[in-house]
Design a protein around this ligand. Structure first.
Ligand code: CA
Length: 223
């Protein structure tokens, strides 16, 4: 899942970026409203964390523009101004949730995960054959055996599992599992697919990750 953080306070921004990356998200950051708005237009983020008081363009106008363009990306608004007015204006402008500063990272993460689960009937446990992917505990097991995955491997598996049975292209993977520094000419996705196969498929007779040559990959119990 790929998140955009729009926040001008450097300390808060890097605190969020570090925490979200550790939690397995791909994260892009913007330090002002204009940059944030441009990034949000170009990349298909899974969620946006948006501060209200921003240089160049304030958060509310960024949000209003996003909604006017028909983008339904979940937006969590942050604001130091814990006033009812701001909260109401934020929600009126199309925010999905609101968090007043200062906040704990644990709370932000819980709210963000709730937003990501909302709307599209996303369950917290995905099962593909004997593979179980627990999206809340961030754990996966196959045949009852716990799989030891890195944060990035889990993020890739989560994306494949959310689209189980569908062909997932390299572009889709790069847009949702990697951040904007992703080099589209690198073979990093193939490398990570190889890592996943080693852990998920190699020890087992039945393979779950299937290659569609020239197109992408499918995670499915049947080829
Ligand atoms: Ca601010």
């Amino acid at each position: 899942m790929r998140i955009l953080v729009i926040e001008d306070e450097r300390r808060v921004r890097s605190f969020l970026e570090r925490g979200l990356v550790e939690a397995g998200f791909a994260v892009d950051v913007a330090a002002d409203g204009e940059t944030g708005s441009n990034l949000a237009r170009v990349h298909p983020y899974d969620a946006i964390v948006l501060d209200l008081m921003l240089p160049k363009r304030d958060g509310l106008s960024v949000l209003a523009e996003l909604r006017a363009a028909g983008r339904a990306t979940p937006v969590l608004v942050l604001s130091a101004r814990d006033e009812v007015d701001d909260r109401v204006r934020g929600l009126d402008a199309g925010a999905d949730d609101y968090l007043a500063k200062p906040f704990s990272f644990a709370e932000l993460l819980a709210r963000l995960r709730a937003l990501l689960r909302r709307g599209t009937a996303r369950p917290s446990l995905l099962e593909i054959g004997d593979l179980r992917v627990d999206l809340v505990a961030h754990r996966a097991e196959r045949g009852g055996q716990r799989l030891d995955l890195t944060a990035k491997e889990f993020a890739l598996l989560e994306y494949l599992a959310r689209h189980a049975g569908e062909v997932v292209t390299r572009t889709m993977i790069s847009e949702h599992v990697w951040d904007m520094n992703f080099d589209s000419f690198s073979n990093v996705i193939d490398v990570y697919i190889r890592y996943l196969r080693k852990k998920i498929d190699e020890p087992f007779e039945k393979k779950l990750i299937h290659t569609r040559r020239g197109v992408g990959y499918v995670l499915a119990a049947e080829p």
